[in-house]
Design a protein around this ligand. Sequence first.
Ligand code: GUN
Length: 294
Amino acid sequence: MAYQLLDGKKISEEILTEIAAEVKIIAAKGGKIPHLAAILVGSDGASITYVNNKVKSCERVGFISTLITYDANITEEQLLAKVIEINNDSSIDGLIVQSPLPKHISESKVVQTILPEKDVDGFHPTNFGRLALGLPTYVSATPNGVMEMLKRYEIPTDGKHCVVIGRSNIVGSPMSILMSRNANPGNATVTLCHSRTKDLKYITLQADIIIIALGKAEFLTADMVKEGAVVIDVGITRMVDGTKKSGYRLLGDVKFDEVAEKCSYITPVPGGVGLTTIASLLSNTLKAAKKEVY
Ligand code: GUN
């Protein structure tokens, strides 16, 4: 089957261009220029890359950004004090604290300390609860990126069987809620699979749409996929590769070459969902500045 690639770069460029145009209008009217603050703790290579890309994208669309970095030995108390300071700073619209955090700091405590109004990652229980109830909220970046991809490629989801693999708080679980809610995209019949699922292949073979977020390189193979399925790969695993300049290559959760042959649409890794996530974060920050949610 001839498959079509879902191009994350194209979608993210589209969204960033739309945001930049809106910032120009806001600036011309003397309105509030969106301002994102990001806190990075420690020196995890992937986290540094992600945060730097977020800051660079802010510049590109005309946002103000503030990057705050700490050594891994900062105390939880010090970090929470900074979060509270930013909560009280009316010049800052959105705050993200990049995860993972060092073991001695409770991520859950940090997330719950961020004001829901500034939680542009959409991780706060209030924002997650609002998502579950279908209220206006900040949808976290990855699930929102997937929804934008489905919407902008006009992929039908109404009445389809969508199998989500992985039940994490930041991807699988919100993904299952978004796909099942009464909206477009949405209105799918959703099966949420996880590590205790029996006979996963039996279930995935019935899927019109598979969204996989496991973090297990090349887990989904061709024998698990129905002819004509839509496959969305959220996984990103770094594999050591001496032939690459960076020293590693990125692998998705899907064995791309063999699965693609059976698909109507499929996302590549890299170049797929990952690129849409920053666009979603900036879109939430714009909403925060415009006070669209709260
Ligand atoms: N670490 C991996 N993904 C994310 C994300 O979307 N937001 C934050 N804050 N940290 C992350």
